[in-house]
Design a protein around this ligand. Structure first.
Ligand code: ZN
Length: 364
C-alpha cells in the first residue's frame, strides 16, 4: 500500500484513473500478509470413511466440517504443488494458505474426498504408492481409472514411494549397495509408474511413516523430486527447506479448536547445535540448541516418548540428555510460550544407527 500512496501524491487525477487498474494490481501484489516469518500449516490426512477403526480414520462429515471451518476463518486450502511452485513468489499464494494432503491412496479418497472437494471448490494433494494401485484386489485402494479422474478434476497426485516401506530403521548398513539400489528403486519407479499411467509429472514425495535421513533425502533429490513432505510437527516458514516440509498428521480426535491452535502456532526459530537435522549418528547425541529471534523462558522438549522442561544456561543454550536412547529414527519436538502466550513449535530429527550391522535385504 505504501507504494501506491507514494505514487499517488505525484500523479494527476486523470492519470490516476487511467492507471488505477494496474496500480491496484501492484498494490495487491506488494501488500503484506506475506512476511518472512509467516507460518504455513500443512495437514496430512489418511482414510476418510464413516466407520473407521483406527485413530487416523476421519469421517467424511468431520473432513467437510474442517474444510468449511478453514474457509469460514479465511484460510485457503491449497495443494502441496501449489505451495512448492509459489514458495519463491509468495505474493501469488492466497491469503492464509493451508496445504491439504492425503496419504496412502485409499479408495475413500475417490469415493468420499473427491465429492467434498468438488462441492467446496477445493483442490488437494494425494500421495500414492503405486504397488497399492496395482494390487487393488482388496478394493481398499484407488485404481488407475479413479486416479485419472482425480487428475482430470485438478487434483495433484504425487509419490509415496513404490510400496511404502520403512526407508530407514530396518537398514543399518547404509553402505550396502543392495540397500542403496533398493532405495533408488523405491524412489524412482514410483515416480515413473505414476507418470506413465496418469500422464502427469510427479515432482513431490512424502516419506512413508515420515522416516528419513540425509542419505535418503539425497537419493530423493537425485531421483528428481523438488519438494518432500515429512510428518515432523509444526508449521512451515515461508522460506522453509522444500525438502523437509512439516505436516500435522490428522486424527479423529483433533477438533476445529485444535486446528485453530495449530494454525496460530509459530515456527520456533532455532539454531541447532546437536545433532544436526536429519543426520545419521553412530553415538546417541546430547540434544543442544539455542533460540535465535525469540526469547522463551522455558522450552518443553520431547524425544520419542521422553520429555523434559528445559531452561537456558548462562550462554543461552538449552541442553537435553535423553534418558533412554532408541535405535533408528528419533524425532525432537521443542515448544514453548512467549510472554504474550503465543505458542511456538519446531521439530527436527536424527537417525541413530549402529553402523555396519548386516541386514538380510531379502526381507524387504
Ligand atoms: Zn503413508
Amino acid at each position: 500500500m505504501k507504494k501506491f500512496n507514494l505514487k499517488r501524491k505525484y500523479l494527476f487525477p486523470l492519470l490516476i484513473i487511467l492507471l488505477m487498474p494496474s496500480l491496484y494490481a501492484m498494490s495487491v501484489k506488494t501488500t503484506p500478509p506475506f512476511t518472512k516469518n509467516m507460518a504455513i500449516p500443512m495437514l496430512c490426512y489418511h482414510r476418510i470413511i464413516p466407520n473407521g477403526n483406527n485413530i487416523y480414520d476421519i469421517t467424511p462429515k468431520q473432513l467437510e466440517t474442517q474444510l468449511q471451518f478453514m474457509k469460514a476463518r479465511g484460510y485457503h486450502p491449497i495443494t502441496a504443488l501449489q505451495f512448492i511452485s509459489l514458495q519463491k513468489s509468495p505474493q501469488l499464494l492466497p491469503d492464509k494458505p493451508v496445504v491439504i494432503t492425503f496419504d496412502d491412496g485409499s479408495k475413500s479418497h475417490y469415493q468420499n474426498v473427491l465429492p467434498i472437494l468438488k462441492k467446496l471448490g477445493l483442490k488437494a494433494t494425494f500421495f500414492v504408492y503405486p504397488s497399492a494401485v496395482v494390487n487393488h484386489e482388496s478394493k481398499k485402494y484407488l485404481t488407475w481409472t479413479e486416479l485419472s479422474e482425480m487428475v482430470k478434476a485438478g487434483m495433484d497426485i504425487e509419490s509415496h514411494t513404490l510400496y511404502h516401506p520403512y526407508l530407514v530403521h530396518a537398514h543399518t548398513n547404509i553402505t550396502d549397495p543392495n540397500y542403496l539400489n533398493w532405495l533408488d528403486h523405491q524412489l524412482k519407479v514410483s515416480k515413473e509408474l505414476l507418470e506413465n499411467h496418469l500422464n502427469i509429472t510427479v515432482k513431490l514425495l512424502a516419506y512413508p511413516f515420515g522416516l528419513f535421513n540425509q542419505l535418503i533425502e539425497s537419493k530423493a533429490i537425485a531421483a528428481g523430486y523438488s519438494g518432500i513432505f515429512t510428518i515432523n510437527g509444526g508449521a512451515n516458514l515461508l522460506n522453509e527447506n522444500p525438502m523437509r516440509l512439516k505436516r500435522m498428521i490428522m486424527n479423529r480426535q483433533i477438533s476445529t479448536a485444535d486446528l485453530e491452535k495449530f494454525f496460530q502456532s509459530k515456527p520456533l526459530p532455532v539454531a541447532i547445535i546437536s545433532p544436526t537435522d536429519a543426520s545419521i549418528v553412530a553415538e546417541y547425541p546430547v540434544i543442544q540448541f539455542r533460540l535465535t529471534s525469540v526469547k522463551l523462558p522455558m522450552i518443553h522438549v520431547q524425544v520419542n516418548n521422553q520429555s523434559a522442561d528445559l531452561y537456558p544456561d548462562a550462554n543461552g543454550n538449552f541442553t537435553y540428555q535423553v534418558p533412554k536412547s532408541m535405535n533408528g529414527f528419533n524425532l525432537i519436538v521443542i515448544s514453548g510460550y512467549d510472554d504474550r502466550k503465543d505458542f511456538y513449535v519446531n521439530t527436527w530429527c536424527f537417525d541413530y544407527l549402529i553402523q555396519n550391522k548386516t541386514n538380510d535385504m531379502s526381507k524387504y
